[in-house]
Design a protein around this ligand. Sequence first.
Ligand code: IMP
Length: 420
Amino acid sequence: MASIVVVGAQFGDEGKGKIVDLLAEKADLVVRFNGGNNAGHTVVVQGKKYKFHLLPSGALQGKKCLIGAGVALDPLVLKEEMKQLEGEFSPKLLIDPRTQIIMPWHNALDGAKEAAKGKAKIGTTGRGIGPCYADRANRAGIRFCDLVDAERLREKIEEGFAENENVLKKVYNAEMPVSKEAIFAEYNALGKEFAKSMADVSMEANRALNEGKSVLFEGAQGTFLDNDFGTYPFVTSSHPIAGGIFTGVGLGIRKIERVIGIVKAYTTRVGEGPFVTELEGRLAESVREKGQEFGTTTGRPRRVGWLDLVLLRTAARLNGFTEIALTKIDVLSGMKTIKVCTGYKCNGKLLKELPADLELLSECAPVYREMPGFEIKGSEKKFGNLPKEAREYVAFIEKEVGVPASIVSVGPDREETIVR
Ligand code: IMP
Protein backbone atom coordinates (compact mmCIF):
# COMPACT_ATOMS: atom_id res chain seq x y z
CA MET A 1 0.00 0.00 0.00
CA ALA A 2 1.32 3.41 -0.88
CA SER A 3 -0.74 6.33 0.24
CA ILE A 4 0.83 9.74 -0.12
CA VAL A 5 -0.68 13.02 0.94
CA VAL A 6 0.49 16.33 -0.45
CA VAL A 7 -0.53 19.41 1.52
CA GLY A 8 0.46 23.06 1.56
CA ALA A 9 2.50 24.02 4.63
CA GLN A 10 1.86 27.78 4.40
CA PHE A 11 -0.95 29.92 2.95
CA GLY A 12 -1.42 28.03 -0.32
CA ASP A 13 0.44 28.58 -3.62
CA GLU A 14 3.47 26.63 -2.38
CA GLY A 15 3.85 24.85 -5.71
CA LYS A 16 1.81 21.74 -4.89
CA GLY A 17 0.74 21.31 -8.50
CA LYS A 18 4.26 20.70 -9.70
CA ILE A 19 5.04 18.19 -6.94
CA VAL A 20 1.75 16.35 -7.45
CA ASP A 21 2.43 16.19 -11.17
CA LEU A 22 5.83 14.67 -10.42
CA LEU A 23 4.52 12.12 -7.92
CA ALA A 24 1.48 11.28 -10.01
CA GLU A 25 3.69 9.50 -12.50
CA LYS A 26 3.96 6.57 -10.10
CA ALA A 27 0.42 6.77 -8.69
CA ASP A 28 -2.61 4.77 -9.81
CA LEU A 29 -5.13 7.30 -8.54
CA VAL A 30 -4.98 11.01 -7.72
CA VAL A 31 -7.66 12.25 -5.33
CA ARG A 32 -8.70 15.75 -4.37
CA PHE A 33 -10.30 16.07 -0.96
CA ASN A 34 -10.97 19.74 -0.21
CA GLY A 35 -11.62 23.19 -1.63
CA GLY A 36 -12.86 24.03 -5.08
CA ASN A 37 -11.92 26.33 -7.91
CA ASN A 38 -10.57 28.85 -5.40
CA ALA A 39 -7.42 26.79 -5.90
CA GLY A 40 -5.11 27.26 -8.82
CA HIS A 41 -2.39 24.89 -9.84
CA THR A 42 0.05 25.67 -12.58
CA VAL A 43 1.97 22.81 -14.14
CA VAL A 44 4.60 23.45 -16.79
CA VAL A 45 5.39 20.58 -19.16
CA GLN A 46 8.12 21.23 -21.69
CA GLY A 47 7.55 24.94 -21.49
CA LYS A 48 3.77 24.70 -21.93
CA LYS A 49 1.71 26.01 -19.03
CA TYR A 50 -1.47 24.24 -17.86
CA LYS A 51 -3.71 25.85 -15.26
CA PHE A 52 -6.09 23.82 -13.15
CA HIS A 53 -8.56 24.84 -10.52
CA LEU A 54 -10.58 21.72 -9.93
CA LEU A 55 -9.08 18.78 -11.72
CA PRO A 56 -6.34 17.04 -9.76
CA SER A 57 -2.95 17.93 -11.22
CA GLY A 58 -2.44 14.24 -12.06
CA ALA A 59 -4.67 14.87 -15.07
CA LEU A 60 -1.56 15.51 -17.17
CA GLN A 61 -0.21 12.07 -16.36
CA GLY A 62 -3.37 10.45 -17.74
CA LYS A 63 -4.21 9.08 -14.29
CA LYS A 64 -7.59 8.29 -12.81
CA CYS A 65 -8.63 11.57 -11.19
CA LEU A 66 -11.04 11.47 -8.28
CA ILE A 67 -12.98 14.34 -6.73
CA GLY A 68 -13.93 13.49 -3.15
CA ALA A 69 -16.95 14.42 -1.04
CA GLY A 70 -15.04 17.26 0.66
CA VAL A 71 -14.71 19.28 -2.55
CA ALA A 72 -16.95 22.20 -3.55
CA LEU A 73 -17.46 21.65 -7.26
CA ASP A 74 -18.42 24.27 -9.82
CA PRO A 75 -19.51 22.19 -12.82
CA LEU A 76 -19.13 25.14 -15.21
CA VAL A 77 -15.45 25.37 -14.32
CA LEU A 78 -14.99 21.62 -14.59
CA LYS A 79 -16.44 21.69 -18.09
CA GLU A 80 -13.95 24.38 -19.14
CA GLU A 81 -11.02 22.45 -17.69
CA MET A 82 -11.98 19.25 -19.46
CA LYS A 83 -12.20 21.24 -22.69
CA GLN A 84 -8.65 22.61 -22.14
CA LEU A 85 -7.32 19.05 -22.17
CA GLU A 86 -9.35 17.82 -25.13
CA GLY A 87 -7.31 16.12 -27.79
CA GLU A 88 -4.13 16.12 -25.65
CA PHE A 89 -4.98 14.30 -22.44
CA SER A 90 -8.08 12.38 -21.49
CA PRO A 91 -8.14 11.93 -17.72
CA LYS A 92 -10.55 9.37 -16.33
CA LEU A 93 -12.67 11.43 -13.97
CA LEU A 94 -14.71 10.15 -11.02
CA ILE A 95 -16.83 12.36 -8.78
CA ASP A 96 -18.31 11.36 -5.44
CA PRO A 97 -22.13 11.62 -5.27
CA ARG A 98 -21.77 13.57 -1.99
CA THR A 99 -19.67 16.38 -3.52
CA GLN A 100 -21.27 19.78 -2.95
CA ILE A 101 -22.17 21.82 -6.02
CA ILE A 102 -21.43 25.54 -6.26
CA MET A 103 -24.54 27.29 -7.55
CA PRO A 104 -24.73 30.81 -9.05
CA TRP A 105 -26.23 32.17 -5.82
CA HIS A 106 -23.11 31.08 -3.92
CA ASN A 107 -20.96 33.27 -6.15
CA ALA A 108 -23.40 36.16 -5.79
CA LEU A 109 -23.46 35.80 -2.00
CA ASP A 110 -19.67 35.56 -1.78
CA GLY A 111 -19.39 38.93 -3.57
CA ALA A 112 -22.23 40.55 -1.64
CA LYS A 113 -20.87 39.46 1.75
CA GLU A 114 -17.38 40.72 0.96
CA ALA A 115 -18.73 44.05 -0.27
CA ALA A 116 -20.82 44.43 2.89
CA LYS A 117 -17.78 43.76 5.09
CA GLY A 118 -15.94 46.71 3.55
CA LYS A 119 -12.51 47.08 5.15
CA ALA A 120 -13.00 43.93 7.23
CA LYS A 121 -13.29 41.78 4.09
CA ILE A 122 -11.52 38.45 3.93
CA GLY A 123 -10.30 38.87 0.39
CA THR A 124 -11.93 35.67 -0.86
CA THR A 125 -11.45 34.45 -4.40
CA GLY A 126 -15.12 35.22 -5.06
CA ARG A 127 -15.79 31.70 -6.28
CA GLY A 128 -18.71 30.99 -3.92
CA ILE A 129 -16.67 28.68 -1.69
CA GLY A 130 -17.76 30.01 1.72
CA PRO A 131 -21.51 30.12 0.93
CA CYS A 132 -21.36 26.64 -0.63
CA TYR A 133 -19.77 25.08 2.46
CA ALA A 134 -22.13 27.08 4.69
CA ASP A 135 -25.04 25.45 2.86
CA ARG A 136 -23.47 22.05 3.45
CA ALA A 137 -23.24 22.76 7.20
CA ASN A 138 -26.81 24.08 7.15
CA ARG A 139 -27.93 20.90 5.37
CA ALA A 140 -29.19 22.96 2.45
CA GLY A 141 -26.57 22.05 -0.16
CA ILE A 142 -27.07 20.55 -3.62
CA ARG A 143 -24.89 17.48 -4.06
CA PHE A 144 -23.55 15.83 -7.19
CA CYS A 145 -26.14 13.05 -6.89
CA ASP A 146 -28.84 15.78 -7.03
CA LEU A 147 -27.25 17.43 -10.05
CA VAL A 148 -27.53 14.30 -12.16
CA ASP A 149 -31.21 13.70 -11.30
CA ALA A 150 -33.42 16.19 -13.19
CA GLU A 151 -36.42 15.92 -10.91
CA ARG A 152 -34.43 16.30 -7.72
CA LEU A 153 -32.40 19.10 -9.21
CA ARG A 154 -35.56 21.03 -10.07
CA GLU A 155 -36.83 20.69 -6.48
CA LYS A 156 -33.51 21.71 -4.96
CA ILE A 157 -33.22 24.70 -7.27
CA GLU A 158 -36.78 25.78 -6.35
CA GLU A 159 -35.81 25.79 -2.66
CA GLY A 160 -32.32 27.21 -3.00
CA PHE A 161 -33.31 29.92 -5.45
CA ALA A 162 -36.21 31.21 -3.35
CA GLU A 163 -34.24 31.36 -0.11
CA ASN A 164 -31.10 32.86 -1.57
CA GLU A 165 -32.93 35.40 -3.71
CA ASN A 166 -34.54 36.60 -0.50
CA VAL A 167 -31.26 36.87 1.36
CA LEU A 168 -29.55 38.61 -1.54
CA LYS A 169 -32.34 41.14 -1.86
CA LYS A 170 -33.25 41.76 1.77
CA VAL A 171 -29.88 41.52 3.46
CA TYR A 172 -27.50 42.71 0.76
CA ASN A 173 -29.73 44.69 -1.58
CA ALA A 174 -28.34 42.56 -4.42
CA GLU A 175 -29.93 40.71 -7.34
CA MET A 176 -29.91 37.04 -8.22
CA PRO A 177 -27.65 37.04 -11.30
CA VAL A 178 -29.58 34.49 -13.40
CA SER A 179 -33.21 33.36 -13.66
CA LYS A 180 -34.36 30.13 -12.07
CA GLU A 181 -35.22 28.65 -15.46
CA ALA A 182 -31.82 29.48 -16.90
CA ILE A 183 -30.09 27.91 -13.90
CA PHE A 184 -32.10 24.74 -14.23
CA ALA A 185 -31.47 24.45 -17.96
CA GLU A 186 -27.72 24.96 -17.60
CA TYR A 187 -27.19 22.77 -14.54
CA ASN A 188 -29.43 20.00 -15.78
CA ALA A 189 -27.34 19.83 -18.94
CA LEU A 190 -24.14 19.78 -16.88
CA GLY A 191 -25.57 17.00 -14.72
CA LYS A 192 -26.29 14.95 -17.84
CA GLU A 193 -22.80 15.58 -19.17
CA PHE A 194 -21.02 14.47 -16.00
CA ALA A 195 -23.43 11.73 -14.87
CA LYS A 196 -21.15 9.00 -16.19
CA SER A 197 -18.43 10.20 -13.80
CA MET A 198 -20.40 9.50 -10.64
CA ALA A 199 -18.71 6.91 -8.41
CA ASP A 200 -18.24 6.38 -4.70
CA VAL A 201 -14.78 7.90 -4.25
CA SER A 202 -14.43 6.55 -0.71
CA MET A 203 -14.97 3.02 -2.00
CA GLU A 204 -12.69 3.53 -5.00
CA ALA A 205 -9.82 4.92 -2.91
CA ASN A 206 -10.15 2.29 -0.18
CA ARG A 207 -10.35 -0.53 -2.69
CA ALA A 208 -7.27 0.70 -4.50
CA LEU A 209 -5.30 0.91 -1.24
CA ASN A 210 -6.43 -2.54 -0.15
CA GLU A 211 -5.27 -3.93 -3.50
CA GLY A 212 -1.82 -2.45 -2.91
CA LYS A 213 -2.20 0.31 -5.47
CA SER A 214 -0.67 3.70 -5.06
CA VAL A 215 -2.97 6.60 -4.21
CA LEU A 216 -1.95 10.23 -4.15
CA PHE A 217 -4.12 12.67 -2.20
CA GLU A 218 -3.83 16.23 -3.42
CA GLY A 219 -4.62 19.02 -0.98
CA ALA A 220 -5.69 22.45 -2.15
CA GLN A 221 -4.85 25.75 -0.38
CA GLY A 222 -2.56 25.53 2.65
CA THR A 223 -2.41 24.74 6.36
CA PHE A 224 -2.98 28.30 7.58
CA LEU A 225 -6.12 28.68 5.47
CA ASP A 226 -7.69 25.77 7.36
CA ASN A 227 -11.16 26.62 8.64
CA ASP A 228 -10.22 25.61 12.21
CA PHE A 229 -6.44 25.76 12.49
CA GLY A 230 -5.66 28.64 10.12
CA THR A 231 -5.63 32.36 10.86
CA TYR A 232 -9.40 32.45 11.40
CA PRO A 233 -11.44 34.30 10.13
CA PHE A 234 -8.93 34.93 7.31
CA VAL A 235 -9.20 31.36 6.10
CA THR A 236 -11.06 29.30 3.56
CA SER A 237 -14.11 27.21 4.46
CA SER A 238 -12.67 23.71 4.04
CA HIS A 239 -9.88 21.72 5.68
CA PRO A 240 -6.62 21.81 3.71
CA ILE A 241 -4.68 20.05 6.51
CA ALA A 242 -3.94 16.34 6.17
CA GLY A 243 -6.81 15.51 8.54
CA GLY A 244 -9.19 16.86 5.90
CA ILE A 245 -8.59 13.70 3.89
CA PHE A 246 -10.41 11.45 6.28
CA THR A 247 -13.67 13.36 6.03
CA GLY A 248 -13.06 14.72 2.53
CA VAL A 249 -12.57 11.28 0.98
CA GLY A 250 -14.02 8.85 3.51
CA LEU A 251 -10.90 7.05 4.67
CA GLY A 252 -9.78 5.43 7.94
CA ILE A 253 -7.10 7.41 9.75
CA ARG A 254 -4.59 4.56 9.69
CA LYS A 255 -4.53 4.43 5.91
CA ILE A 256 -1.95 7.17 5.31
CA GLU A 257 1.77 6.40 5.02
CA ARG A 258 3.51 9.54 3.81
CA VAL A 259 2.54 13.14 4.41
CA ILE A 260 4.53 15.56 2.28
CA GLY A 261 4.36 19.21 3.30
CA ILE A 262 4.99 21.54 0.40
CA VAL A 263 7.11 24.45 1.61
CA LYS A 264 7.95 27.43 -0.54
CA ALA A 265 11.45 28.76 0.25
CA TYR A 266 9.81 32.06 1.30
CA THR A 267 6.22 32.91 2.26
CA THR A 268 3.32 34.31 0.23
CA ARG A 269 -0.28 35.06 1.00
CA VAL A 270 -3.23 36.22 -1.12
CA GLY A 271 -6.11 38.07 0.45
CA GLU A 272 -6.28 39.68 3.87
CA GLY A 273 -5.04 38.34 7.20
CA PRO A 274 -1.95 38.30 9.40
CA PHE A 275 1.48 37.88 7.83
CA VAL A 276 4.26 38.37 10.38
CA THR A 277 7.22 38.15 7.98
CA GLU A 278 5.68 40.24 5.21
CA LEU A 279 8.02 42.39 3.12
CA GLU A 280 7.24 45.63 1.37
CA GLY A 281 8.95 47.86 -1.14
CA ARG A 282 11.54 46.91 -3.72
CA LEU A 283 12.61 43.62 -2.20
CA ALA A 284 9.00 42.42 -2.11
CA GLU A 285 8.49 43.52 -5.70
CA SER A 286 11.56 41.76 -6.96
CA VAL A 287 10.62 38.47 -5.26
CA ARG A 288 7.06 38.81 -6.62
CA GLU A 289 8.34 39.34 -10.15
CA LYS A 290 10.99 36.66 -10.03
CA GLY A 291 8.69 34.11 -8.41
CA GLN A 292 5.75 35.16 -10.62
CA GLU A 293 3.70 35.56 -7.47
CA PHE A 294 0.35 36.45 -9.00
CA GLY A 295 -2.76 34.39 -8.21
CA THR A 296 -3.52 31.59 -10.69
CA THR A 297 -7.22 32.03 -9.98
CA THR A 298 -7.71 35.77 -9.58
CA GLY A 299 -4.46 37.23 -10.93
CA ARG A 300 -4.06 39.22 -7.70
CA PRO A 301 -0.47 40.08 -6.73
CA ARG A 302 0.54 37.87 -3.82
CA ARG A 303 1.92 39.38 -0.63
CA VAL A 304 5.47 38.11 -0.08
CA GLY A 305 7.73 37.68 2.93
CA TRP A 306 10.61 35.70 4.43
CA LEU A 307 10.34 32.05 5.34
CA ASP A 308 8.59 31.61 8.68
CA LEU A 309 9.65 28.64 10.80
CA VAL A 310 6.96 29.40 13.37
CA LEU A 311 4.41 28.52 10.70
CA LEU A 312 6.37 25.49 9.52
CA ARG A 313 6.80 23.96 12.99
CA THR A 314 3.08 24.41 13.55
CA ALA A 315 2.29 22.91 10.15
CA ALA A 316 4.50 19.89 10.89
CA ARG A 317 2.53 19.26 14.08
CA LEU A 318 -0.90 19.79 12.52
CA ASN A 319 -0.25 17.61 9.49
CA GLY A 320 2.22 15.06 10.83
CA PHE A 321 4.70 15.61 8.00
CA THR A 322 6.93 12.67 7.24
CA GLU A 323 8.92 14.88 4.85
CA ILE A 324 8.81 18.20 3.07
CA ALA A 325 9.29 19.29 -0.54
CA LEU A 326 11.01 22.65 -0.77
CA THR A 327 9.96 24.69 -3.79
CA LYS A 328 11.15 27.84 -5.56
CA ILE A 329 14.53 28.02 -3.83
CA ASP A 330 15.85 29.42 -7.14
CA VAL A 331 13.76 32.56 -6.59
CA LEU A 332 16.04 33.46 -3.66
CA SER A 333 19.10 33.02 -5.87
CA GLY A 334 21.29 36.11 -6.21
CA MET A 335 20.48 37.71 -2.83
CA LYS A 336 23.38 38.79 -0.66
CA THR A 337 21.75 37.53 2.51
CA ILE A 338 18.48 35.74 3.31
CA LYS A 339 16.41 36.08 6.45
CA VAL A 340 14.50 33.26 8.16
CA CYS A 341 12.05 33.86 10.98
CA THR A 342 12.92 31.55 13.89
CA GLY A 343 10.38 32.79 16.46
CA TYR A 344 7.92 35.55 17.35
CA LYS A 345 8.57 38.05 20.09
CA CYS A 346 5.27 38.67 21.76
CA ASN A 347 4.71 40.66 24.95
CA GLY A 348 8.17 39.79 26.24
CA LYS A 349 7.84 36.09 25.38
CA LEU A 350 9.38 34.10 22.54
CA LEU A 351 6.81 32.01 20.65
CA LYS A 352 7.96 29.02 18.59
CA GLU A 353 4.51 28.08 17.26
CA LEU A 354 1.55 30.05 15.94
CA PRO A 355 -0.88 31.39 18.56
CA ALA A 356 -4.62 30.83 17.97
CA ASP A 357 -5.67 34.36 18.89
CA LEU A 358 -5.21 36.91 16.11
CA GLU A 359 -5.12 39.74 18.62
CA LEU A 360 -2.06 38.20 20.22
CA LEU A 361 -0.61 37.54 16.77
CA SER A 362 -0.97 41.22 15.87
CA GLU A 363 1.44 42.01 18.72
CA CYS A 364 4.07 39.58 17.50
CA ALA A 365 7.31 40.70 15.88
CA PRO A 366 9.51 38.32 13.90
CA VAL A 367 12.90 37.24 15.21
CA TYR A 368 15.23 36.66 12.26
CA ARG A 369 18.35 34.70 11.59
CA GLU A 370 20.33 36.07 8.68
CA MET A 371 21.97 33.56 6.39
CA PRO A 372 24.36 34.01 3.46
CA GLY A 373 22.80 34.09 -0.02
CA PHE A 374 23.52 31.73 -2.95
CA GLU A 375 23.28 31.31 -6.73
CA ILE A 376 21.31 28.36 -8.11
CA LYS A 377 20.94 27.06 -11.67
CA GLY A 378 17.65 25.41 -12.64
CA SER A 379 19.54 22.72 -14.51
CA GLU A 380 21.17 21.41 -11.32
CA LYS A 381 20.24 17.76 -10.82
CA LYS A 382 22.24 16.76 -7.75
CA PHE A 383 21.66 18.18 -4.29
CA GLY A 384 25.36 17.80 -3.54
CA ASN A 385 26.19 20.16 -6.40
CA LEU A 386 24.15 23.04 -5.00
CA PRO A 387 26.24 25.79 -3.40
CA LYS A 388 27.16 25.16 0.23
CA GLU A 389 25.04 28.12 1.38
CA ALA A 390 21.93 26.72 -0.34
CA ARG A 391 22.49 23.29 1.22
CA GLU A 392 22.86 24.95 4.61
CA TYR A 393 19.59 26.82 4.10
CA VAL A 394 17.81 23.52 3.37
CA ALA A 395 19.53 21.76 6.30
CA PHE A 396 18.50 24.52 8.69
CA ILE A 397 14.86 24.19 7.62
CA GLU A 398 15.01 20.39 7.96
CA LYS A 399 16.42 20.68 11.48
CA GLU A 400 13.78 23.18 12.61
CA VAL A 401 10.84 21.34 11.03
CA GLY A 402 12.15 17.97 12.14
CA VAL A 403 11.79 16.07 8.84
CA PRO A 404 13.92 15.70 5.69
CA ALA A 405 13.40 17.67 2.50
CA SER A 406 13.02 14.79 0.05
CA ILE A 407 12.41 17.04 -2.96
CA VAL A 408 13.99 20.38 -3.78
CA SER A 409 12.56 22.28 -6.71
CA VAL A 410 14.97 24.63 -8.48
CA GLY A 411 12.75 25.93 -11.30
CA PRO A 412 9.20 25.78 -12.66
CA ASP A 413 9.66 22.99 -15.22
CA ARG A 414 9.08 19.32 -14.45
CA GLU A 415 12.76 18.74 -15.22
CA GLU A 416 14.00 21.32 -12.73
CA THR A 417 13.59 19.14 -9.68
CA ILE A 418 16.04 17.40 -7.37
CA VAL A 419 14.67 14.19 -5.86
CA ARG A 420 16.88 13.04 -2.99
P1 IMP B 1 -12.11 31.58 -0.40
O1 IMP B 1 -11.54 30.23 -0.25
O2 IMP B 1 -12.35 32.00 -1.81
O3 IMP B 1 -13.33 31.76 0.46
O4 IMP B 1 -11.03 32.63 0.16
C1 IMP B 1 -10.66 32.67 1.53
C2 IMP B 1 -9.18 33.01 1.66
O5 IMP B 1 -8.39 31.94 1.20
C3 IMP B 1 -8.73 34.23 0.86
O6 IMP B 1 -7.70 34.90 1.57
C4 IMP B 1 -8.16 33.62 -0.42
O7 IMP B 1 -7.22 34.46 -1.04
C5 IMP B 1 -7.51 32.38 0.16
N1 IMP B 1 -7.39 31.29 -0.82
C6 IMP B 1 -8.37 30.46 -1.24
N2 IMP B 1 -7.87 29.55 -2.10
C7 IMP B 1 -6.57 29.80 -2.20
C8 IMP B 1 -5.50 29.15 -2.92
O8 IMP B 1 -5.66 28.16 -3.62
N3 IMP B 1 -4.27 29.71 -2.76
C9 IMP B 1 -4.04 30.78 -1.96
N4 IMP B 1 -5.00 31.40 -1.27
C10 IMP B 1 -6.24 30.91 -1.38
